[in-house]
Design a binder for this molecule. Structure first.
Ligand SMILES: [Fe+2]
Length: 212
């Protein structure tokens, strides 16, 4: 069996056409998958905005819905650039994530803080999935020298990361206002899990906006 370094060496010296073809096919397959994911995400964001309780959360979902429509167009541009037909690939992962997102709407009370917290968690699961696919596609585009596609993918990846960060900040503000409310009602009885959160305390690397 060849070492990874040898394979990469012969790939970049242009002596491994089968790897080139394989990676190109992989890129196209993932492109079709993310195209499907993005289109489904637009619809999910509409539902999430409708179901949200606060103006801030609703505005975040609506803003990302607009962004996602542009991201769909960017993917269509990539299909054009690489000269293949625009097509969607099924994704069991997004089906599951969207079904979870729908479930939290029926499982939480309309108008409750819990509803918005649950919507944020569900939305971030979708964002993290999108970030994983766009990150992989960007790496493949760079390896394959798809320069224009890489630029478009990098733009979308930054938007997804910004949305993820915005949702984290929103979640922090919920926890903080809840902590203040409880402190006002019961001075001196701070619950450990409701201490105010700052900056990276609720970083997504901990698993999610609420540190779950
Ligand atoms: Fe997206």
């Amino acid at each position: 069996m060849a070492s990874l370094a040898d394979r990469i060496g012969s790939f970049f010296s242009g002596n491994d056409s089968s790897a080139d073809e394989g990676l190109r096919d992989l890129f196209i397959s993932e492109l079709k998958r993310v195209y499907h994911v993005e289109k489904r995400a637009v619809n999910a964001l509409v539902d999430q905005a409708d179901a949200s309780t606060t103006n801030e959360v609703q505005a975040a979902f609506l803003q990302h819905e607009d962004e996602s429509r542009i991201q769909v167009e960017r993917l269509e541009e990539i299909f054009r650039i690489i000269g293949i037909q625009t097509e969607e690939h099924a994704s069991g992962a997004i089906d599951g994530l969207i079904s979870d997102a729908k479930a939290v709407i029926s499982e939480t009370e309309a108008g409750s803080l819990t509803r918005d917290a649950a919507l944020i968690i569900a939305a971030q699961k979708i964002e993290h999935y999108e970030i994983a696919i766009y990150g992989s596609l960007l790496t493949l585009a760079n390896v394959l020298d798809f320069t224009q596609s890489a630029e478009l993918l990098a733009q979308t990846l930054e938007e997804e990361k910004a949305t993820d960060h915005k949702l984290t900040v929103l979640a922090q503000s919920f926890v903080n206002s809840r902590a203040k409310e409880e402190e006002d009602q019961h001075p001196g009885s701070h619950h450990a899990s409701r201490q105010p959160l700052h900056g990276s305390d609720a970083d997504v690397t901990l698993g999610g906006p609420l540190g779950i």
